[in-house]
Every structure is written in C-alpha cells, then in structure tokens.
Ligand binder design. Structure first.
Ligand code: IVH
Length: 708
C-alpha cells in the first residue's frame, strides 16, 4: 500500500469515528493510537492538519479513558505518554554513541570553492553531488531509537558527553515516540537534530516574561536551549518546542523484520536502506520525523550550491524559525565515509554562515523611561552599531535583575543581537575587556518624570511610579478612565484625549470634569451636536457605579472583577484608606499582591488629593447600592427599557434608575410608569401604547429626567 492510499484509509477511519465516537471499541485501541499519531504527524511535521484541535481532543480523550480503565494495555509510545506528570529530569550524563562534532565554517563563495576543490581532490571525482539544507539556529539534540521505540535523548554537551533529556524531548510533538525503523531492517539508530522555538512563539513568550518583569531571552536559540534544561517536563510542554532532524549518525541492523508499520504501510516487505543523505532525510520524513525534506536541494557541483544558498538567504526573514546559515553535505553516504573526519569536523560537510545579526558596541549611558503603567525601564544608550541592516543606538535593558544577570557596567563592551523581527537585545558584556574605568549603573530612587518616590513590590523585578498624575502616564491613564469598561464616557475616546492633552485642556483625570467646551467648540470637527453628546456623557459618568470608578483608576492588578469585589466591600471609596492589607486579603480573589497594590494606592497622598478633587467636581465616590438612594429624583417611579439604547448600556441605565430611587419592573402592566424606548422596540411598546397611564419616553428624555 502506498502513502496516498494509507492517508486515505487513515482519514476515512478517523472521519467515521469522529461522526460516531461512541462506536470506537476497546479492541481498536492500537488503531486509535495510530490515528492519533498520524494526526500529530499531519499537524506538527507536515504542517497540514486534517482535523481540528477539538476533534483531535475527542479521539485523545477516548484513548485516555480506555487506558485509565485498562492500565495494563498502556504502551510506552502511546500518544498519551508524552506528558510526564510527576516525573522530573535528572539530567544524567550520557556518552554519545558517536561524538557530536561541529562543522567547519565558511563565509563566502571562495571558501566554498576551496572546500569543494579539496573534496574533489580527495575523492578523485570531477563533480560531487551535494545536499544543501538550512542551518537551524537552535539547540542540538540526539535521539536514540531501539526496536522502534525512542529510548534516549541527550543534549550535545561537550560533544562526547551530554545531558539526558528524554522526558523533555517527549514533550516536543514533532518527535515520534516510536517509528517503524524495523521496516528498513534497522534495530538501533541515532538521529541528530535541532530543537527550535519559532519566531512567533519566541516573541509571545518574551513579551509574557517582560510583562511579568522577568528578563527575556536574547534569542530563540537561548530560549530553546533553556527550555531543554527545565526539570519539570510539564513546563517544557508549554514552550511549543519544535524540531528538525537532519542527520543519522549511527545504525545497527536487525536479523529479522517486523511487518507491522504505520509509516509506511502495514505488511510491507523490507525496504532498502538509503544510500544518500537526502534519501535518509526522506526516510525519516516517511517514518514520521520532521526532516528538512522540503527545504533541502540536491545539486551537482558547487556552483549550484552557491546559487541555492543565495536564493535561500533571500527567504531568511520570512521563515517562521531562525536559521544562521546553510549546511552543505556530500550526498553520497559511501563518499562521506571515504572523505572521513578531521579531529574537529567531518570533511564531507561544511556550514555556510550568513551575515551575523550580531555586533559589538560600547555601553555609554543609561536613561530611565517611564511607561504608561508607571514601570521604569532602563534604556542603554550605546555607540551606534549596524546589526542585520539596522542601526541600533539604544536598547532596553529591562530591569535591575537583568543588569545584574548580564553583568553590565557603564563603559562596557557589549555583544548585541537582533533576531528576526525581535527587538535587539544584549547577549553579554565582555568583562575581560574592562579597563577599570567602568562604573555601576545606578537606579534612580525617584521617578525621572514627576519625582514621586519609586516603589518595587517584593515579588517583582520592576520599579514603578504609582503617582496616578505622573505626566508620563497620564494620557494612557485618562484613556483608560474614559474607556467603555471603566467610566464609559461615550464620544471621548483615545483620539480626543490625545488632542485635548496636546493643546493643554487635559492635564489629569479631574480636568475631564472641567473641560472648556468653548475652546473645544473652536476646534475643527467639533460641532454643537458632538459637544452636546460629549457633555451629556461626561455628566452621566459622574454617577457611574463605584466599581467602574475603581477600575478606571487603573490600580495595578485591579481588573473589572476585583473592582466589583472592592466596590461591594465599602460604602465610600475613602473607606479603603482605613483598611489594612490583612483586611483586604479577606476579600474574595484578593491575594497579597493585589492587597499590597490597593493598600499602596490609597495610602498615597497624591492619589488621595486627586480623588478629593474628583468628589468636589461631583463624581460619586459612594457605593450607591449600599446606601439608601442618595437621590430621590425617581422615587416611587417604575421603569422598563425596551429596544436598543444608543447612549447607555441597558444594565447601567437600570442601575441609574435604582440609584435615583426608582424601580425596574419586568413587564408591561398598569404598574409601570415609564417605558423607555430604544431603537427597534417591539411588542412591549405595542402593549404599553394600550395602557394609558404608561408614559412612553425615549433615551434622551430619560437622561434629561436624571440630570434634573
Ligand atoms: S549536520 C556531523 N545539519 O550546526 C554533522 N548540523 O556547527 C552533524 N546544525 O552542532 C551536523 N543545522 O547543531 C547539521 N542542517 C544541519 C544543521 C546543523 C544546524 C547545527 C548543529 C551542529 C552545528 C554545526
């Protein structure tokens, strides 16, 4: 059976099962495993899945259930056996079956021509067939399979002895736990490859680290290598590691042959072992491994090699993973053997290194920038240097911990790297080049923008300015304050905040309630109607429920849910000034980190003054729900809303009715006083029209009633 027939068969079976998962029987468990392995192969190796993640999960869960009910039938290569819950790597030292040598490097066409000439002289051939493939920039690993099962995986280490990382390697979904090498008559095989983290995942992971205040990795290579060194395999499993397998270093043959196989098909007779490197990579691919089958090119003669390298380099930026060059290999395995090795590297292969995206520079000074959340970030000013076609003159050095870790001093010579579309990073400083004139980097004690004292929570790496009125943060804070989920000041929006700030109308949050509408009216694009709308929205926001105000203050760690919990805990916002951290921790979902942050915010003089200012401007700091309606404009009146409101959220409008002493009723009856009608009102309106006592009003009328 060929690959195509096999694909159709597996797809058919998988579709049948997915349309009726209940029909999967325990006796078909090995077939179910095969199908799951095949879907993993389609997804992680071929990058061409045939089912959705959810459908995969349906099948996976059935397998898990079967195995839980019958633990005796679990096999070590079952797709369920990747996740090593409760197991830990001990990184035992292991000797490689064949030393993991490095490759000779070349940097230009002349180097390659020289190398080819030597290889031709040694082999006595006029032209040599080469296989050219990417040089993956990750961490190299070795995989050993014995009797079709993955039995050991190790890092390169010093080339002779590496660290055993089998549990971690099993977390890489493109590494098969078993493969039918027996159909090639292979009993034991050692495969080499590179573990990678792709650019997208790397960027996302680094961003997450930075958000947590943890120093990011300088490049995907360090991130991949670091991930392989994690003790807990379940953590590794979340790193989305990938692999490319590019070399078979060792095989032993079996006497007898097994005939069951997934890749290739069952009942196949013994397949001849490959005689060339490219055919070897093809074999690995067929057996379920991610080899660079689609990236490689087989060419006769070195000129074709040079051409392909140039073509591939053009694509470098668009590749989803990092490469740092190409590797040229003599394709014929017999010829490889004949050429042999020097003590350092094989004569049958050479690496071609692309232009470095690294550069050295000097750290001149450090500036401290205050971000919109108050985080103070040190930014190194360096002697401008070209890195991968871009001039770099300043570079973020994240936080104090990072400075310590990279051992950075003013005046240091530093190594810089820019990987893909990732912002440049410092790889290291050269301590050995110091002259003694270098000085330590001093972190400021006060905000470089507003001079407010800086604060660093114990559990964090980042110093912050918590002055809500700090000009470095104020624009972003106002944008957050007026936003939909906070005070919901309609028609304000980011663009207006920036505009009003730029012309000096807004300097802080309280200015929202002192806007000079006369001046705004003179601005382009502000007609009477838009000013009216803005004014109404600002007015309405004064009586927004307390949780919206709390969320709007942008207190660190206080999201919408916490804001609601907090609002419910007090009758007035200033009650927080009397609550201790211990008391705050008693609240639902408030941990030490959140309690600390709230406590600090309400102990801060500058913040309290601003809140007093807001109260003076008519903003309610009270928890209206906990009080008897402070305002009885609507006392004794009942309301019902129908259709879609344009200016208010239905729930907010209802809340406003209650805050003003009114009541919401659930249906149209003679007990209803006001029906507030929005767009596209339906049957409620029709019904209300028939009851004379009901006053039918629109949203505008409702807002007017409130502002009376
Ligand atoms: S072949 C005996 N092929 O580059 C030859 N290596 O300095 C084994 N590398 O340590 C290596 N991509 O980690 C080979 N397509 C590729 C490669 C590759 C990346 C790494 C590998 C090796 C280093 C050579």
């Amino acid at each position: 059976m060929n690959q195509l027939q096999r694909t159709k068969e597996l797809h058919q079976q998988s579709s049948n099962w997915l349309s009726n998962p209940g029909s999967i029987e325990l006796s078909a468990i090995e077939q179910l495993r095969d199908i799951l392995r095949w879907h993993e192969y389609r997804y992680y190796v071929q990058n061409d899945p045939l089912i959705s993640d959810a459908e995969y999960d349906v099948l996976f869960k059935i397998l898990q259930k079967f195995e839980q009910e019958h633990p005796a039938i679990i096999t070590s290569d079952s797709p369920t056996q990747r996740v090593g819950v409760g197991l830990a790597n001990d990184f035992a030292k292991v000797e490689h079956l064949v030393p993991m040598l490095s490759l000779e490097n070349s940097y230009n066409a002349d180097d390659l021509l020289d190398w080819d000439r030597k290889a031709r002289e040694l082999s006595g051939l006029e032209t040599i067939e080469y296989c050219v493939e990417p040089k993956f920039d990750g961490a190299s690993i070795s995989l050993i399979y014995e009797n079709n099962l993955l039995t050991r995986s190790a890092t390169r280490g010093d080339g002779t002895v590496g660290d055993e990382i089998t549990l971690n390697t099993k977390q890489i979904k493109s590494v098969p736990l078993s493969a039918k090498f027996s159909s090639y008559g292979i009993e034991q095989i050692e495969i080499r490859g590179e573990v990678l983290i792709n650019k997208k995942n790397f960027k996302a992971y680094n961003e997450k680290l930075m958000e947590e205040g943890v120093p990011p990795f300088a490049n995907p290579r360090n991130a991949a290598a670091g991930s392989l060194r994690i003790k807990d395999p379940t953590v590794v499993s979340n790193r989305n590691l990938e692999v490319f397998l590019y070399h078979v270093s060792f095989t032993t043959n079996t006497e007898k042959t097994t005939t069951t196989s997934l890749f290739p098909s069952e009942n196949s007779s013994l397949i001849q072992q490959p005689k060339s490197h490219s055919a070897m990579l093809e074999m690995l691919w067929e057996l379920g491994f991610r080899s660079p089958k689609n990236e490689l090119k087989v060419v006769k003669g070195i000129n074709g090699v040079i051409k392909y390298i140039a073509e591939f380099e053009e694509k470098r930026e668009e590749l989803p993973y990092e490469i740092d060059g190409m590797v040229v290999k003599v394709n014929d395995l017999q010829l490889q053997e004949k050429l042999g090795m020097t003590s350092h590297h094989p004569r049958w292969a050479i690496a071609f290194k692309f232009k470095a995206r690294q550069g050295t520079s000097k750290l001149l000074s450090v500036e401290f920038q205050v971000g919109r959340t108050g985080a103070v970030t040190p930014v190194a000013k360096i002697v401008p240097v070209m890195v991968g076609g871009v001039t770099v003159s300043s570079i973020s050095i994240h936080n104090e911990e990072y400075i310590k870790e990279k051992d950075l001093m003013l005046g240091d010579t530093i190594l810089i790297e820019r990987s893909g579309d990732v912002i440049p990073q410092i790889v290291k400083s050269f301590a050995e080049l110091r002259t003694g004139d270098e000085t330590n980097i001093q972190f400021p004690k006060n905000c470089p923008v507003c001079d407010h004292e800086l604060f660093k929570p114990a559990e964090e790496a980042v110093w912050r300015c918590i002055n809500i009125s700090c000009t470095a943060q104020v624009v972003e804070r106002i944008i957050h304050f007026v936003s939909k989920d906070a005070m919901d000041i309609k028609s304000f929006g980011e663009a207006n905040v920036r505009k009003f700030y730029d012309i000096g109308l807004l300097k802080g949050i309280p200015d929202i309630y002192r806007l000079d509408f006369g001046k705004i009216g003179q601005l382009e694009g502000f007609g009477k109607k838009s000013i009216d709308n803005l004014q109404t929205a600002i007015e309405l926001s004064k009586s927004q429920p307390l949780h919206r105000l709390i969320f709007g203050l942008g207190i660190r760690y206080v999201g919408e849910t916490t804001a609601k919990t907090l609002a419910n805990a007090v009758t007035h916002l200033f009650d927080f000034t009397n609550l201790s951290e211990e008391q705050l921790i008693q609240l639902e979902d408030v941990g030490t980190k959140v309690a600390g942050s709230i406590h600090r915010f309400f102990k801060d003089e500058v913040n309290l003054l601003m809140l007093q200012e807001l109260e003076g401007l008519g903003i309610s700091l009270k928890n209206q729900k906990k009080q008897v309606a402070e305002n009885d404009t609507l006392a004794g009146q009942t309301f019902l809303f129908t259709g879609s409101l344009m200016k208010l959220k239905r729930s907010d409008a209802e809340e406003m009715v209650e805050q003003n002493g009114g009541k919401i009723v659930s249906g149209v009856s003679s007990k209803l006083n006001y029906l507030v009608v929005g767009e596209e009102a339906g049957s409620k309106l029709e019904k209300a029209k028939k009851i004379q006592s009901i006053k039918i009003i629109n949203e505008e009328d409702f807002i007017k009633m409130l502002s009376k």
